[in-house]
Design a protein around this ligand. Sequence first.
Ligand SMILES: [Fe+2]
Ligand SMILES: [Fe+2]
Length: 290
Amino acid sequence: MEPTTDRKAIIEAIQKAPMLSPNASRLLQVTSTRDHDMAEVIGIVKTDAHLTARVLKIVNSAAFGLLYEITSIERAVNYLGERMVVGLAIGDCAAQLFQKPMEGYDGAKGSLWQHDLLTAIASREVAAYCTEPLNRDLAFTAGLLHDIGKALISDFLKGTAPGMLREIEDSLLNDYVEGEREALGIDHPEAGAVLADAWKLPPALISAIRHHHAPRNAAAEHQALTYAVHLGDIVAMMAGCGTGADTLRYHMDDSYTRLFTLDQDSLYGIILTANEEFEKITTSIAELKE
Ligand SMILES: [Fe+2]
Ligand SMILES: [Fe+2]
């Protein structure tokens, strides 16, 4: 098929992709504003019985090792932090997308969710090193969603990974996103941004999704967030948690040094901290399914 035909089919498929629930959507809107209150987050969780039950189950899971059971949703949300609540809400709505087999990338089923979660944790860690004010929880959310476009184009990429790797090796392709564009007429950051737009996500999140492999192209007001995700993504891949053949086949934009005071040692420190938190979250989520 011609790349332009694929592009059209992909954009049509995105309009039929799972939508966010009104509560998840409100959570994303509220938590992306600078001065929001935890009470607003708690208010939304309280109107959603399913989410309330899951938050309470997570906070009381063995992974968190609390001595006493937490039964109030206020205390649970405060203890877990809004990022866990937002993560659960998005994860519930878009489970089908996060669990999509990554066949187009020769990757395993479940690898997208793991990579997105580790990127989310790492992006939030990286955000602490930003020289500008940057909402760390928003960096987490952006990290969680950054590669959602891969779920939308993976099926269309089936069988392309070996050729793509060869062309990158031979410098016929710059990186994996260029390969996607040549094969399909659209790359995963753009496909993700089209979905983010359909989901009516806040502009900062759409920008982080669209530009996470070329953060310098983001609008000035979204650069700090976009660079945080760019770096968080690389940290996740360096930690050995990618989505398949494309792992580390992207360029690192060195101009992050304009906005972040990050040296090699702090990067390795972030990998360790991120891995620990990843274990804790995945163990507590696994208990949900028991
Ligand atoms: Fe990506
Ligand atoms: Fe990624």
